[in-house]
Ligand binder design. Structure first.
Ligand code: 8YV
Length: 324
């Protein structure tokens, strides 16, 4: 008899077909939204699940799911998981590292370019039919090449951004992280370790790539925004709660900083209403990893993590160790 798994959100048909070879699958190709209660109830009927970064697997959910054995997150970030609680319940947790690193770093750069060079703001102006003649200061933005980028969070994606910045754009790279990179990695990224305060004070562009946890909640709030240069841009491709969105909307409106580019939001898919009305912000709906090949690689790795757990007793990219 095949084990029963649930796929929380729509997925590629090919991934679904592959999973159906191994499991009895409950899919959600109809994209029916979950409440926490309906998700918990559905999950409790299955031994495995393929989730995205916004489907909770916490102590409360786990209590209702005594038969659950493995959950594969189709995301590198896993703040939707309570990993210690999963370990305590004997549930294998896995994520999808590496396969999305370069694509997400590409997007960080795209958002930086769009924000610094005011691409979306100028496109809206053009579409509104307001472009009547050339002006020396029309949508003049900040320089990217040769400027200083400050990267908060220097994991795989942060290092991908640093390599692009240093080698592609001749930027000076400064970073702050819980721990310093090895001398070899610093040299490869041409990156200099600085304090968070120095980074905020000196960077022309601040890029946020820190994982979300209680400790990183509101890493950037009113006090940090006040330390940044008035000409600086802030880019968030990490997680919504890293930035105090209400404080950011005020800082943007009052031109405490020049502009922001945000792919993630507190309480997404809801976006703070004040961010929707300020012009100097570029907003995208959490798509940093969304190239077709990368999303396929993420889906395949998540599927392989489930298949590997149920056939070999261990996922390929596990986040915890559990007895099979
Ligand atoms: C995911 C992400 O697409 O990997 C992550 O952590 O934020 C994105 O790549 C998103 O979390 C949905 O799973």
């Amino acid at each position: 008899m095949k084990s029963k798994i649930i796929i929380a959100r729509p997925i590629f048909e090919a991934t679904l077909a592959r999973l159906r070879e191994h499991f009895e699958v409950t899919d959600n190709q109809a994209d029916t939204p979950w409440t926490k209660a309906s998700w918990t109830q559905a999950l409790s009927q299955h031994v495995g699940a393929l989730t995205t970064g916004s489907d909770p697997v916490d102590a409360e959910v786990l209590k209702a799911c005594p038969n659950l054995k493995a959950v594969a997150n189709m995301a590198v970030g896993y703040n939707n998981f309570d990993v210690p609680a999963m370990t305590a319940h004997g549930v294998q947790a896995s994520n999808t590292p590496d396969v999305l690193t370069e694509t997400t770093a590409d997007f960080g750069f795209a958002l930086l370019m769009a924000t610094a060079r005011r691409i979306t703001e100028s496109e809206h102006y053009l579409r509104r039919g307001e472009w009547t003649q050339w002006r020396y200061d029309m949508f003049a933005g900040a320089e990217v090449h040769g400027s200083t980028i400050g990267i908060l969070g220097m994991g795989r994606i942060g290092q991908g951004i640093a390599r692009r910045a240093a080698h592609g754009f001749g930027m000076k790279v400064i970073y702050h992280n819980r721990s310093r990179l090895s001398a070899e990695s610093e040299a490869e990224c041409k990156a200099t370790y600085v304090s968070k305060e120095e980074l905020l004070k000196t960077a022309d562009h601040v890029m946020l790539v820190v994982p979300y946890s209680a400790a990183s909640h509101h890493t950037i709030g009113a006090a940090e925004l006040a330390q940044m240069k008035p000409t600086a841009t802030l880019i968030n491709i990490a997680r919504g709660g890293i930035v105090d969105d209400a404080a950011l909307a005020v800082a943007l409106r009052e031109k405490q900083i020049a502009a922001a580019g945000l792919d993630v939001f507190e309480g997404e898919p809801k976006v703070h209403p004040d961010l929707l009305t300020v012009p100097n912000v570029v907003l995208t709906p959490h798509i940093a990893s969304a190239s077709i090949p990368t999303r396929m690689a993420m889906a395949n790795l998540a599927a392989d993590n489930l298949i590997s757990y149920f056939t070999q007793g261990k996922s390929l990219t596990p986040l915890n160790t559990v007895a099979a």
